[in-house]
Structures are given as structure tokens and as C-alpha cells.
Design a protein around this ligand. Structure first.
Ligand code: ARG
Length: 292
């Protein structure tokens, strides 16, 4: 038993780093098909409410000093608001998304056009993948989800695009169908050489759990209750963590570690199976690069 296990946890000083993100206003948002267990097309949705809630998220990011880019929403693509799925951007290269379900497939080229128009080199995907929904950068490593949406062959593809280590994680619960519904990355930059993440243990198979425990022994383990409202689907600048307002236990866990949780109500977007992180694509601008 290492001393780490019994030592009291010292609260680290957290440092915010300016984030650059891409968002898409839910102008055409609705739930008209069912591709995840959260979606009930027979129930009504309120687009104006979705827009208002999304605007609140946008304004929180603005207040935090983020550089926010917007992509034009496309009529007939109601899920386009979940910008995290539109691709994965790192080192000035955008690895495009290739969606699993036909309803979302036109989003791939729409996002790739935006990336090209904003000076990014686009790596066109051959393999099925849903961008930052399933790929999360932690330090130098890309955590990659599979089981419901992104094909594991895309993990090899993204590894060859970026020349980075890619860690495959198998998702097993259809309610947590994207990696960003089951893991929250809390430190965009390392703190004392490590990164804190939060995750939901029951969302992974045994092999993936072993991998997570080995790599992140000090991770926050989320409660089923918080995960069940997509509380893990959050976005952090290293100090401020924007989370679902109802994820109160997660908020407490974050405070214990020195983070400042900021609750936002995205209940209308939860009807589509998405939360804070889903609405946020991190553009990871290269250090010193002028803009995106
Ligand atoms: N309705 C969307 C889908 O099922 C929700 C996507 C949520 N996005 C995310 N990054 N988890 O594809």
C-alpha cells in the first residue's frame, strides 16, 4: 500500500487556461429520430428553450474569457448543436467525423468545410468516428471510446493522423454511448505532471476500467445519479468546470479538488442525449498560432 492511499488529499491550486471552442446554435434543434436511449421523438421539444439554454452556456464561456467560434446551423440537421461530434482538432489538423447513423452523416462534411475555411488541414476520415464525442485529449494521450458509435478502427486512424498514443476504452452501457458522457477531462494542462479526470466506472468493461485505474489512480469517481443526467458531460478550463446544474455530488467532488463548478441547465438538450461537453468542440489551437 503506497502512502498516497492514506495521505490526506492536498487541494491543488487550479489555473484557468483560455480555451478556444466551436459551438453551433440549436436553431433547428428537435428530436425527430431515435439514435440513443435518451431520445423520444414522440415527445415534444421546445426549440426556443433549447436556444435560450444554449445561449446561457455560450455566455458562461464568454464570461470565462473563452474564444468562441460559431458554425452556422443547417436546417434538417437537428443534432448539429452537439458540436463535439463534428470532428477532432489538434495541432492545426482536423480529423473529420464520419457518423454512425445516416441521420447525422451530412454533419461530417459541414464541419469539415468549416475547418477548411478556418485554415485547418482536414484529414478526411475513412473509418466511422464521432469526433470529440469519443476522442478526449489528456496530456499527450488520446483516450478513445468505442462500442456504440466510433469504430475501433478509427482509433488506429486517429493515431496515425496525430502520431500520438491512443488508448482504446470500451463503453458497455447504451445510455453512455459516447466517451464524453462517461469521462470528464478536468485539466487541459498538466498539474504537477498529472491530469485529473472524472469517470463513471459502470460505463466501461473490465479491461478498460483496469486501464483507467492504472493511468488515473486519483480520478474522481462519479455517482450513478450524476451520470444519469449527463453530469460528466462537462467542460473545464483547468479551474472552472461547467457542468449540469443538477449534478450536485459532482459539484461537491470538484470543490474538494479545488475546482470551481459552474452549473448550467441544458435540460432541453438532454432530450437529445447531450449536455455541456457535447455542445463544445475544443479547437486546441497550437501554441503561438494566431487564431483558428
Ligand atoms: N442526439 C445526439 C446523438 O445521439 C447526441 C450527441 C451528444 N453528443 C455528445 N458529444 N455526446 O448522436
Amino acid at each position: 500500500v503506497s502512502s498516497q492511499d492514506s495521505a490526506p488529499r492536498t487541494t491543488l491550486a487550479r489555473t484557468a487556461t483560455k480555451r478556444t471552442v466551436l459551438m453551433c446554435k440549436p436553431t433547428h434543434y428537435t428530436v425527430s429520430y431515435r439514435i440513443n436511449p435518451w431520445m423520444h421523438p414522440e415527445d415534444p421539444t421546445d426549440t426556443a428553450k433549447a436556444v435560450a439554454q444554449w445561449q446561457t452556456l455560450h455566455d458562461v464561456y464568454e464570461r470565462l474569457g473563452f474564444d468562441i467560434h460559431l458554425i452556422d446551423p443547417v436546417e434538417g440537421l437537428p443534432d448539429m448543436v452537439y458540436a463535439a461530434n463534428g470532428g477532432f482538432v489538434l495541432d492545426g489538423v482536423a480529423y473529420g467525423a464520419k457518423f454512425q447513423y445516416p441521420q447525422r452523416q451530412p454533419e461530417g462534411p459541414a464541419y469539415m468545410d468549416w475547418f477548411r475555411d478556418h485554415g485547418l488541414r482536414v484529414a478526411e476520415p475513412v473509418e466511422t468516428n464521432e469526433g470529440e464525442g469519443d476522442f478526449l485529449l489528456v496530456g499527450d494521450v488520446i483516450l478513445a471510446g468505442t462500442g456504440f458509435r466510433s469504430d475501433s478502427t478509427s482509433h488506429e486512424e486517429i493515431a496515425s493522423v496525430y502520431g500520438r498514443e491512443v488508448v482504446t476504452l470500451n463503453l458497455v452501457n447504451p445510455s453512455f454511448y459516447h466517451l464524453d458522457t462517461a469521462i470528464a477531462v478536468l485539466d487541459p494542462e498538466p498539474v504537477d505532471g498529472t491530469h485529473t479526470i472524472a469517470y463513471l466506472e459502470s460505463a466501461f468493461d473490465e479491461a478498460s476500467l483496469a486501464e483507467l485505474r492504472r493511468r488515473f489512480p486519483d480520478a474522481i469517481l462519479a455517482s450513478e445519479e450524476d451520470a444519469a443526467i449527463l453530469g460528466l458531460n462537462s467542460y473545464s478550463d483547468g479551474s472552472n468546470v461547467v457542468i449540469a446544474a443538477r449534478a450536485t455530488t459532482f459539484a461537491e467532488q470538484l470543490r474538494e479538488r479545488g475546482y470551481t463548478p459552474i452549473g448550467v441547465d441544458l435540460s432541453e438538450l438532454l432530450l437529445g442525449g447531450g449536455g455541456v461537453k457535447c455542445c463544445t468542440l475544443d479547437l486546441h489551437p497550437a501554441a503561438g498560432s494566431p487564431a483558428v
